[in-house]
Design a protein around this ligand. Sequence first.
Ligand code: GDP
Ligand code: MN
Length: 403
Amino acid sequence: MNIHEYQAKELLKSYGVRIQEGIVADSPETSLKAAKKLNAETGTSWYVIKAQIHAGGRGKGKVKETGSNGVVLAKSLEEVSEKAKNILGGTLVTIQTGEEGKKVNKILIAQDVYYPGASEPKEYYLSILLDRAKGCNVIMASTEGGMDIEEVAEKTPEKIIKEWVDPKVGLQGFQARKVAFKLGLEGNAFKEMVKFINSLYNAYIGSDASQFEINPVLKTSDDKILAVDAKVNIDDNALYRHKDLAELRDLAEEDPLEVEAAKSDLNYVKLDGNVGCMVNGAGLAMATMDMIKLSGGEPANFLDVGGGANATTVEAGFRIILQDPNVKAILINVFGGIVRCDRIANGVVEAYKSIGDIPVPIIVRLQGTNAEEGAKIIDESGLKVSSAITLAEAAAKVKEAIS
Ligand code: GDP
Ligand code: MN
């Protein structure tokens, strides 16, 4: 689960990570109020206005309606109200949103932390994520922080420092110092960075995150180290023990079909293809997607209806798949292990009748207990549904349906 920058920064702060302070707002009036409060609390008289959407690249992104960038500097309270208006309610397009962009419902009014001083402010990159191949967490850092880190990783990968942390022993003091040293820091900035990395790692572990990306981490002109941006991804499977974090979910940022599927306890991921599929079990669902590709189609989705496939889950699955206009055929692939094939076949027929006319052909492949009885029910239903028992048979029918 992704959370917004303003929520991520509050989470980091609660673990003692220094952040660029800010207050979230949803109107020009609350933006102005937020700026005044920030001025009173931090003394800042310049402000950064930041669109809150679940996508990066906002600084270089553009609001369709007004041409404003997604992150802008305001040098007075008047400019805050004015510039907030050009972002709020608009559609922000960045390299990560696709052409359709994302609607901006909230903005973060933050203190300006790039003020002049004894030295130039400098941007670094820092992230923590799970390295599945090594079974370790990995801290990645770079002196080339800022808005072009993807390019750095691609063209000059040697500029990315990596430090692996064994989750059983946790982050060791020398490791945080090693990273800070490799970033070329000295004196107070070095000490601040070590503290920053330690607190950040604690926050990562404490929140059961799967990814933290802080870009940029800023060394201010007076040698403070702080998080200017924060991308936080929490492991969905751990949300049951983080009720407070689970509440941060913003459904407006998620695919509406995926949200609807979750309500029916269906495991659905929208894809771009033309063959919808409904399967029991994640492994079989993956194999089914491969099979669709082999038969010349492209899967329109991943959908695991779970072990107890019945008329209700099948109907919910149908309704979700049918909302996708790209779907030209639907393949149902169910293995009747615990659940019998004839019961599933009856469920499919019942769900079909309850929805009414389904405009695309449906192929139902049932294998396992009572497979023949199931196929018979499908074939004799008088509906636009055809049955298959082997995978090859199903693949051939999918091919026929989409050509
Ligand atoms: P992203 O583009 O979505 O990754 O958004 P960021 O939060 O990383 O902000 C983009 C850029 O805005 C940063 O790389 C900075 O260059 C700039 N920025 C952020 N905060 C400040 C600030 O306090 N003052 C100034 N002058 N620039 C800032
Ligand atoms: Mn950023």
